[in-house]
Design a protein around this ligand. Structure first.
Ligand SMILES: Cc1ncc(COP(=O)(O)O)c(C=O)c1O
Length: 398
């Protein structure tokens, strides 16, 4: 099937703004007037506070409606942005929203979970912590097996009540979903042309990888002038071989006419992440943390890899990038994904791996509700809300 003939619904907006970031440039010592730093605002896709998954859901919902599904189920971490957007798309198109969340039910309702509940989402928490007692080599399989068993049970329960459930994998990682990011490429190219923007790089998060893969495939298919660079958002990231295989699947399904070798994919991890650098990395630069332009090796774990210390684990380095963009451009990135990608984007500029004069687009994929999750709020209290902290919350008392 030709990708151009694939239909979609307008669950979320496309044509999100592509804008310069002159004040961030000035803060980095660059020429603000000709800064070459741009942001693609996919945090503004509109659907339930926006984010990248809206583009995927435009295609996934079309598929669900065409095939008579009545409920949409997906998976993720307890504070999944993808889950919030999937629930939102389901609600907007009259499907039942179901989220299967890996982890314990938190005592305190916050962040995305609050939004999920407000939308009337059915939430199922799957706690696999008991498998942590198994030998390390057996844990992942045991957890996955239990998750699959729970998901099958949930689907069976809905089907017994007359529903037809579409089960969407973590991150909306499907060929149909990634079409949304293949098709984002001509949109970006048209915006660059209209605004006279040159950009040699597009820097994006690498999580479940559908966004990166779609953009990479789109850049190849549409002969984009930019290279797509992925920043893994956690130290334990998806192997590059699997992403290359997924891109090849995209290419053959949509007749894009190319094959992709893993050595063509460009991921950047940051210093301190040498151990996790897959062999396909074209540009991993070593492990001299003193050379890290932005955090000087000060990350809490002793590593200042861009992926921080773990999935959705608060860390001071990522928070410093959240603050930097907020104080220069009044744009909020998030602690789980985009704050880490911004860390990578700025550090690559500082290290000269990408050059501002060549033009570099930072892909903002959303996630700001993550700022209001209990764990991140707790972590930020000292820095922004203590008496001696760097906050400016002064108090007058009569
Ligand atoms: C805000 C945000 N950015 C980036 C990503 C990563 O996108 P992908 O899973 O397609 O790699 C996610 C995934 O959930 C996300 O929520």
């Amino acid at each position: 099937m030709k990708i151009e003939s694939l239909k979609s619904v307008p669950a979320g907006y496309t044509d999100t703004p592509l804008e310069p970031m002159p004040r961030l440039a000035a803060a980095l010592g660059l020429d603000a007037a000709h800064c070459g730093l741009y942001i693609k605002r996919d945090d503004m896709t509109g659907l339930a506070l926006g984010g990248n998954k809206a583009r995927k859901l435009n295609y996934i919902i079309q598929y669900a409606l065409e095939n008579g599904y009545t409920a949409l189920m997906t998976f993720g971490g307890v504070q999944t942005n993808h889950g919030r957007l999937t629930a939102a798309a389901a609600v907007r198109y009259g499907l039942k929203p179901i989220l299967v969340l890996k982890g314990q039910k938190p005592d305190y309702l916050s962040g995305n979970l609050l939004l999920d509940r407000l939308m009337g989402t059915d939430l199922y928490f799957v706690d696999t912590s008991a498998a942590d007692r198994l030998p390390a080599a057996e844990q992942a399989a045991a957890k996955q097996q239990y998750l699959d068993k729970c998901a099958a049970q949930i689907i069976a329960d809905y089907e017994a009540r007359g529903d037809k459930v579409l089960s969407v994998p973590v991150g909306g990682q499907t060929v149909i979903g990634s079409a949304g990011y293949v098709q984002a490429v001509p949109e970006i190219m048209a915006q660059m042309k209209a605004q006279g923007i040159r950009a040699k790089y597009l820097v994006v998060g690498y999580g479940s990888t559908g966004t990166f893969a779609g953009l990479w495939a789109g850049a190849k298919y549409y002969h984009a002038p930019f290279e797509v660079i992925g920043i893994p958002i956690e130290p334990d990231f998806r192997p590059i071989e699997e992403t290359a295989a997924f891109i090849n699947e995209l290419s053959s399904y949509f007749e894009l006419g190319f094959t992709c070798g893993k050595e063509e994919l460009h991921l950047e991890f940051g210093f301190g992440a040498a151990g996790s650098s897959p062999s396909g990395s074209a540009s991993f630069a070593g492990s001299d943390s003193a050379g890290c332009g932005s955090c000087g090796g000060s990350a809490p774990s002793g590593s200042c890899g861009y992926g921080g210390i773990g999935y959705n684990e608060p860390d001071a380095v990522t928070e410093s990038y959240i603050e930097l963009l907020a104080r220069t451009e009044a744009i909020f990135v998030d602690p789980c994904y985009t704050g880490k990608v911004l860390h990578g984007y700025i550090d690559l500029l500082k290290r000269g791996i990408i050059r501002a004069e060549d033009g570099a687009i930072f892909m903002h994929t959303g996630g700001a509700p993550g700022l209001w999750t209990k764990e991140h709020l707790d972590h930020m209290q000292d820095g922004y809300w203590s008496d001696e902290g760097k906050d400016r919350a002064h108090v007058f008392r009569l």
